[in-house]
Design a protein around this ligand. Sequence first.
Ligand SMILES: C[S@@+](CC[C@H](N)C(=O)[O-])C[C@H]1O[C@@H](n2cnc3c(N)ncnc32)[C@H](O)[C@@H]1O
Length: 328
Amino acid sequence: MPSAQTLFHTQEVTIAPLTPVVDRNFVDDVLTGLALPQKQLQAKYFYDQQGSDYFDQICQLPEYYPYQTELNLLPRVASDLADSFSSDCTIVEFGAGSLVKIKPLLSTISNIRQFIPIDISGIHLEMACQQLQTDYPKLAVKPVVADFCFPVDLPALDHQQKIGFFPGSTIGNFCPAQAARFLENARCTLGPDSCLLIGVDTKKSPSYLHRAYNDADGITARFNRNILTRINRELGANFNPENFEHYAFYNAGQGRIEMHLVSTEQQVVDVFGSAVAFAAGESIHTENSYKYTPDEFCQLAQSAGWQVERSWLAEQDLFATYLLRNRC
Ligand SMILES: C[S@@+](CC[C@H](N)C(=O)[O-])C[C@H]1O[C@@H](n2cnc3c(N)ncnc32)[C@H](O)[C@@H]1O
């Protein structure tokens, strides 16, 4: 198959410069969010290729306890569940990232035949899948690049039992009402007789939380600012990321870490043809990370039609994993 360039050359036509395809949902979400009294951007837009790479770096930081704590807990979870699922089951992972946390499950639960990782960060997912397929040659790996805020169409499946897997406390990026909607959608996606294994960060001392989202090397700050770089590149905006300061704190009333980008000066930024004005000190709210006590999370899961079957708490109650069963 000739490249587009070769094809045009041989046909000797004059070609207008190619305009990059703009994701209309991205434009609408960004412009709507920046028009709110408290400006905001949705956390899912952190994850272009660079954002996924920054997230992997965050996972290696000593301050960012959720990653390693959950990773240490999963072998125990996997061995407790080794014989719990029907033969030839399928695992569907939501927000699969670099596919590290699935490995303790794949290595211990022997009857997983098929793995469907879902992620919005397409190139990152494809690369991680190639490596996983090499490590687990008998496993059918079927990646799906999709936004899990909406119901996801899975590849055609036979009547295998489906186990959802949602680690990383990514559920905490949703406010509780959105989290309940996600859990309801997941029940539809996974179908009857399904389970969902989900990792959820716990409430703990604000200073411990503060440290996790304000690392000494400033990687989380780079991850946060990268959303502006992405908007510049994909939507032709002219943010100067250096004019925005990373700010993360625990909002005890809401039970969440909030991440913001604070404008260091009065400025006007052009975003896809709209002038967006910032006062000095005004912030863009870029992420929430809700923390749940076990009681709070069990209530949330039950309200969305899941029954809490088992739970595991990590050392010092730093993190929790729950096995939910579809009640329908
Ligand atoms: C906090 S990271 C967790 C990664 C990995 N599961 C872990 O536990 O280390 C969130 C992951 O979810 C993906 N993600 C975020 N929002 C998403 C969305 N709306 N739809 C699909 N994937 C999403 C990101 O690309 C990223 O890989």
